[in-house]
Design a protein around this ligand. Structure first.
Ligand code: ACO
Length: 436
């Protein structure tokens, strides 16, 4: 037995087991040998919300939550945000390396030439109500892409996988822009292949009657930085949904739609929209202490604060704060930044937040920039989903080729009734909705 092991004494039987430790983990399946008798199923772990369970080996993204470190493929996020474009970072996440000039040119060409959506997809989108939430629209439309590309089901073919990856990264901004314009009743704008990934997205969002859209370079770069910051975040709720759905070998459009659905919730990517609502509700700097008092008394949460993994300042929030100032030089200062800064200042000095290690997360400042750029809060999570698609696909691809992975299937501790006597319908009592 190697030194890297743990000895467990089962006090029920007095049997002693030595289990190997690898990478700071024990294999949950090694516990199965611990039984009270041969009929016993064996010991399991109970970990609701996966607080302490690694579900995969990954070389995509590294996070040290205690120190506030985030790296993609070993490169610190700060370095990537300063020097790269989003498409370079997407290449890094998907293929493990930053592209050289030729590779970047080819990669950009490939993505650019997959930005068009099929006319049937356009018609599909036209069927939604004008006031549909853009995130619901995005999720549904990404799932509908499965109807356009049936070959995507061949998830074990690397060539076919790569084609869907390019299609998804290419089409995500187009679908996002269409969902925005749909909500305004504006005609859709077709992609412009002369523009960068981000500038083309802005073109599809905001071009009106001008023959050629020219993006403001500061805003284009700011959006690109935001895309880099949101591109991946290891095994969060949406990435693990992507892996879980993908583990059944469902096609990548359906798995991405599922991941985007997970992202939409207010505890995950939907938090950026909630932060803006919260800042609106607070209204002014002087009302911040009162709001924090209410949160501490258990009335709601400080949205954009706290993280399952970060127990320090989220490094992405620092970069977003800096980027916000650049954006404000063009758009004028969003007055909500003052309320946000005051919230952060007071919360970071408050015993409640210090004790629980609650710091601003990526969603705390992103909405303020987006609003300054002219986005409605309903679009914020859609803006998150565009770049995160690269991360989801990197996680999916890694899962598909990992020989250790199988269909995801957690265990449960069954706490319900057993072997009940069947009651004919005429003798059944009404069940109260509460009990159900
Ligand atoms: N405001 C006030 N209190 C909070 C907050 C918050 N934002 N976040 C956590 N807490 C408190 C909890 O009430 C709990 O207190 P207790 O120990 O007295 O019960 C303690 O801090 C620990 O919080 P948990 O909810 O157990 O932490 P968990 O890891 O399960 O949740 C989460 C993390 C969901 C992000 C949580 O911090 C939260 O709801 N934050 C607000 C929503 C948000 O900003 N989400 C975006 C996260 S980033 C992303 O997904 C892209």
């Amino acid at each position: 037995m190697p030194n890297e092991s743990i000895t467990i004494t089962d006090n029920r039987t007095n049997h002693v087991y030595a289990l190997p430790i690898e990478n700071g983990t024990v294999r949950a399946m090694d516990l199965r040998q611990i039984k009270t008798d041969p009929e016993d199923f064996g010991l399991m772990t109970y970990d609701p919300a996966f607080m302490n369970t690694a579900s995969c080996r990954s070389s995509v993204t590294f996070i040290d939550g205690e120190r506030g470190i985030l790296e993609y493929r070993g490169y610190p996020i700060e370095v990537l945000a300063e020097h790269c474009t989003f498409l370079e970072v997407a290449h890094l996440l998907l293929f493990g390396e930053l592209p050289n000039e030729t590779q970047l040119k080819d990669w950009t060409y490939e993505i650019t030439h997959h930005t068009m959506v099929h006319e049937t997809t356009k018609r599909f989108m036209e069927g939604f109500r004008h006031d549909a939430h853009p995130m619901a629209l995005l999720v549904s439309t990404v799932a509908a892409l499965a109807t356009v590309y049936p070959e995507a089901r061949d998830v074990h073919n690397p060539r076919i996988r790569l084609l869907q990856i390019k299609r998804l990264i290419g089409k995500m901004p187009s679908i996002a822009a269409m969902s925005y314009r749909h909500s305004l009743g504006f005609p859709y704008v077709y992609p412009d292949n002369d523009l960068s990934y981000t500038a083309n997205f802005m073109n599809m969002l905001w071009r009106m009657v001008e023959p050629k859209y020219a993006a403001n370079p500061v805003l284009e770069r700011a959006l690109d930085i935001l895309f880099i910051l949101h591109a991946d975040h290891e095994q969060n709720c949406s990435a693990s949904t992507m892996r879980s759905v993908g583990s059944s070998h469902a096609d990548p459009y359906l798995a991405t739609a599922a991941a985007a659905a997970a992202l939409s919730g207010p505890l995950h990517g939907g938090a950026n929209e909630e932060v803006l609502r919260m800042l609106d509700e607070i209204g002014s700097k002087d009302r911040v202490p009162g709001y924090i008092k209410e949160v501490k008394e258990g009335h709601g949460k400080l949205m954009g604060f706290g993280h399952r993994v970060y127990k320090n300042y989220d490094p992405r929030a620092k970069i977003i704060k800096w980027t916000a100032e650049k954006v404000f030089e063009v758009t004028g200062r969003n007055p909500k930044i003052e309320i946000a800064l005051e919230l952060e200042r007071i919360a970071l000095q408050d015993e409640y937040f210090i004790k629980r290690k609650l710091y601003p997360n990526v969603d705390f400042y992103s909405g303020i920039i987006y609003e300054a750029m002219g986005f409605k809060p309903e679009m914020f999570t859609v803006l998150f989903a565009i770049p995160r698609t690269a991360g989801w696909l990197a996680q999916w691809q890694e899962m598909i080729v990992d020989p250790e992975q199988k269909i995801g299937r957690p265990r449960q501790i069954y706490i319900g009734s057993r072997m009940r006597e069947f009651v004919p319908i005429e003798k059944r009592e009404a069940v109260s909705a509460k009990k159900a």
